[in-house]
Design a protein around this ligand. Structure first.
Ligand code: GRF
Length: 209
């Protein structure tokens, strides 16, 4: 097993962001390794993608537990058993409860397809189109108890052009997601992110003053 940061990724669907992180670890740009991918959806293509990349991929059935907290405890146990230090949400379609967030405090990140705090929640790209904004984008943030409200690590903007639909905008944003999520994970793995209240400061690389 490669050294460095041990990463666990929670997914529900396609898994293109998961793939970008796995690729970043494989090409050495992220000093770490994805050691577990967990999905709440058995048919998530992300699981197959992870297995193809040689990453342990597990389906945890939320309906097998009597409540959400119990399901999240089980997910947390799987991550801890694998000594996961950083938990990434990558298209994970559930809002985590405070108990899980406390357990991995300051060590959970999410990617959201809008320039937060605009358009939190589901269908962010559709919300942006319907609102008529001229720019949208994506945000990597630490996860707190709210929905898409945690301290912001990196954002990238994309223009919304005449004729854009939720689908074309989503495609443009996705390209940026695949760039900034691995970048945020790299900074975390290098110990360069300092959270001060709502603000995330990025320290210079070691050796640079
Ligand atoms: C991405 O747009 C991400 O921002 C959002 O869900 C989507 C997941 O896509 N949270 P993928 O599964 O990573 O391809």
């Amino acid at each position: 097993m490669a050294g460095g940061l041990r990463i666990g990724i929670l997914v529900s669907g396609r898994g293109s962001n998961m793939q970008a992180i796995v690729d970043g670890c494989a090409d050495g740009s992220i000093p770490g390794a994805v050691v577990a991918v967990i999905s709440d959806t058995e048919s998530a293509p992300a699981l197959e993608r992870a297995r193809r990349a040689g990453v342990e991929a597990m389906f945890v059935d939320p309906w097998a537990y009597s409540c959400r907290a119990e399901f999240e405890d089980a997910v947390g146990d799987l991550l801890e058993e694998r000594s996961v230090h950083l938990v990434l949400l990558a298209g994970f379609m559930r809002v985590l409860k405070p108990g899980f967030i406390r357990r991995f405090k300051g060590r959970i990140m999410n990617i959201h397809p809008s320039l937060l705090p605009s358009f939190p929640g589901i269908e962010a790209q559709r919300q942006a189109i319907e609102y008529g904004v001229k720019w949208s984008g994506c945000t990597v943030h630490f996860v707190d108890d709210g929905v898409d409200t945690g301290p912001i690590v990196i954002q990238a903007a994309v223009p919304v052009e005449d004729g854009d639909t939720a689908e074309t905008l989503a495609e443009k944003i996705l390209c940026e997601e695949h760039r900034i999520y691995p970048e945020a994970v790299r900074l975390f793995a290098q110990g360069r992110l300092v959270v001060e209240g709502r603000h995330v400061r990025v320290l210079p690389p070691r050796g640079v003053v």
